[in-house]
Design a protein around this ligand. Structure first.
Ligand SMILES: Cc1ncc(COP(=O)(O)O)c(C=O)c1O
Length: 633
């Protein structure tokens, strides 16, 4: 059984939290589960502790708010002590029932409420309410506060703490509360329904369900079916928690997206705030406030000249849009060129060997990784593949520029190819060649954008402004699916004309410019400034660079590549069938670090906000994983 827990809070003091906690604990114990009850703080006597057979950390004589009771006794409350006791109980039991003190807004210490403890303990709550007149207001206030604070509510239990007659009020209140709050009423001390919901929570075998229903991306499902998959159900900071109860360092930023760590308070609140306004409204024929505000912010941080923002949902869709815009731009430009008719013959693209721009058909057409792309060849449009060699690129452009619409490039680093670095100055020369041969330059900053290479955008390393730029991944700090394709005014203007001229860009996804995603992205960008993310990143990049030097002594390491927080440790040579990268990453998992390889390349790409201590853990475990995986070969 997975380790699970529930926090029992009340709409007020004296509503019967201890009674409800005991009912749950006793019943689960009877069913054979190992249950711990935990009441971290009591004030005004220890009778409740005895009733509940609960573990405790702080006990105060006077029945007062903990902050006041502690002060009277000249003591201080350590949240860390409470959390470590909780972790200990969690590790030794099937289920932990935690009883709070008073309600959500009771101060435990200055600036720290019961609600903060719930967030830090990271568990769902059951709200105990009293029946009768006045409970609607109390209960809804508690529910709404918890919802706004991002606390997961399992439901409300009405508890008759004293003998009372049940009239219309008691009979109708639960329904009213359920309707107004959207939170289920688990029982009117009919705790059987409550127990049922707890039991199912505790016993769900997610791994088995996953194998039955989910098809995973970039995964050989036959292998997956045989393996013991890790199922994540929580996270905090740079760590992910799996249903096996263990915490893992997120060494790849949840596939290159996470910036400030998981469950960043400001991002959580931005999302909740936006949910309370509007979750989605279309950009087809309407605007919405977050998408407008974000567009301005993106233009402000993007390389100069990129003044227009077209939204979509993923890196791949941003690339599709870039390709279609480039294609249509030349169709509509129709400038007569001496001896060659109209420029609308410019319909082809140049991309680079080993390029990766996503998995939709257009993005695959400009991709250059055979393992991923070769199978689909008959489906793809033709794109000219250039080596990452400026002379070769110029040769192609010299011969074929009249038919080339755009050159698409991952600036500075080809990420999915295994963190391949372009030679210094290459990007700038590509920019110059695109200008010289009158082709658009598309910079795909999906992986490199938002600080991954040490600057906001990789193009900044060589002071390059592309004609079109794609962004996604970290745009929301790793929270939600959002992407954007930025263009110059010149490109945008080529699409503006009378409707009858048929120059409209007929492209749009249903969730384009989704207000929730945009609201989080706005807060994400604000945090870069407020928390000086890029400034603080520089010493960590150096720290990573120094730490990586140690890997050079490992015989199996044949190359180490790094740009900012994008690292590739290449192992080999090994045949791809040996799945060396996968073996190393599985080893790292044994020591609590999540990694995902690209073939024989071990990728390190932690959240930008990672601490030096966590970086040390990442480097140490990766080193150990390579050494021990390759010893056992
Ligand atoms: C450079 C680049 N472009 C596009 C994509 C595709 O992004 P998405 O997976 O969001 O479709 C990726 C994904 O890794 C990428 O690295």
């Amino acid at each position: 059984m997975q380790h699970k827990s529930v926090f029992i809070t009340g709409t007020d003091t004296g509503v019967g939290k201890t009674y409800v906690a005991k009912l749950i604990a006793d019943s689960l114990r009877q069913q054979g589960y190992k249950i711990a009850a935990f009441k971290p703080i009591v004030s005004g006597g220890t009778a409740d502790l005895k009733k509940l057979k609960a573990e405790n950390v702080y006990s105060f004589k006077h029945a007062l708010a903990p902050s006041v009771a502690a002060k009277l006794e000249h003591r201080s409350i350590s949240i860390d002590r409470i959390l470590s006791k909780y972790k200990e109980l969690l590790s030794k039991n099937d289920f932990v029932i935690v009883e709070g003190i008073g309600g959500l807004l009771v101060p435990i210490k200055k600036g720290y409420l019961v609600a903060d403890l719930i967030k830090d303990m990271d568990m769902p709550v059951i709200i105990v309410a009293r029946p009768g007149l006045g409970t609607i207001n109390h209960t809804l206030l508690t529910v709404k506060y918890a919802q706004n604070y991002g606390i997961n509510i399992l439901g409300v239990v009405f508890n008759e703490s004293k003998k009372m007659k049940t009239g219309i009020c008691e009979q109708t209140n639960p329904k009213e509360i359920e309707r107004e709050s959207g939170v289920p009423v688990l029982g009117y001390v009919k705790y059987a329904s409550l127990l049922r919901s707890l039991r199912s929570l505790a016993m769900t075998d997610y791994a088995a369900m996953d194998k039955k229903y989910v098809w995973h991306p970039f995964t050989q499902m036959q292998d997956w079916q045989k393996a013991e998959p890790l199922i994540i159900d929580q996270a905090k900071g740079c760590y992910l928690k799996a249903t096996n109860g263990k915490w893992y360092l997120d060494g790849i930023s949840s596939l290159w997206v996470n910036v400030h760590g998981h469950r960043k308070k400001e991002l959580d609140q931005a999302l909740i705030k936006q949910i309370n306004k509007v979750s989605h409204s279309t950009l087809l024929g309407l605007g919405n406030t977050p998408s407008i505000e974000l567009a301005k912010m993106l233009v402000d941080v993007a390389p100069k000249g990129l003044n227009k923002v077209f939204y979509s949902d993923s890196g791949s869709t941003a690339v599709e849009i870039a390709l279609k815009i480039a294609f249509q731009y030349w169709q509509q430009k129709r400038v007569r060129v001496q001896g060659s008719g109209f420029r609308n013959k410019k319909t082809e693209f140049i991309s680079f060997e080993n390029a990766y721009h996503g998995d939709t058909i257009g993005a695959v057409s400009v991709g250059g990784i055979d393992l991923f792309h070769k199978k689909y060849k008959p489906l793809l449009f033709k794109a000219i593949k250039s080596p990452v060699d400026i002379e070769e690129l110029e040769n192609i452009l010299k011969k074929q520029n009249k038919t080339i619409a755009a050159v698409i490039i991952e600036p500075i680093v080809q990420g999915a190819a295994g963190m391949l670095m372009q030679p210094p100055g290459f990007l700038k020369k590509v920019r110059k060649l695109c200008a010289k041969y009158d082709c658009l330059m598309i910079a795909d900053e999906v992986a490199t954008g938002f600080g991954r290479t040490g600057k906001m955008f990789a193009c900044e390393h060589e002071d390059v402004s592309p004609d079109i730029m794609t962004v996604a991944k970290s745009i929301t700090g790793g929270y939600l699916s959002l992407a954007a394709t930025l263009t110059t005014d010149e490109i945008y203007n080529a699409f503006c004309d009378d409707y009858n001229a048929q120059k409209t860009f007929f492209h749009g996804h249903t969730y384009t410019g989704n207000p929730l995603a945009c609201a989080v992205a706005i807060e994400n960008l604000k945090l870069y400034k407020k928390e000086r993310i890029l400034e603080k990143l520089q010493p960590k990049i150096k720290f990573l660079e120094n730490g990586l030097k140690k890997f050079e002594v490992l015989k199996s390491v044949c190359d180490i590549r790094q740009k900012g927080f994008m690292v590739g440790i290449e192992l080999g040579p090994y045949d791809w069938k040996e799945k060396i990268g996968v073996k190393v990453c599985m080893k790292a998992r044994e020591k609590g670090v999540i990694l995902r390889p690209l073939g024989n390349v071990i990728v390190l790409m932690p959240p930008l906000a990672i601490s030096k201590k966590e970086l040390r853990q990442l480097l140490g475990v990766t080193y150990w994983a390579i050494a021990s995986a390759l010893h056992s070969l």
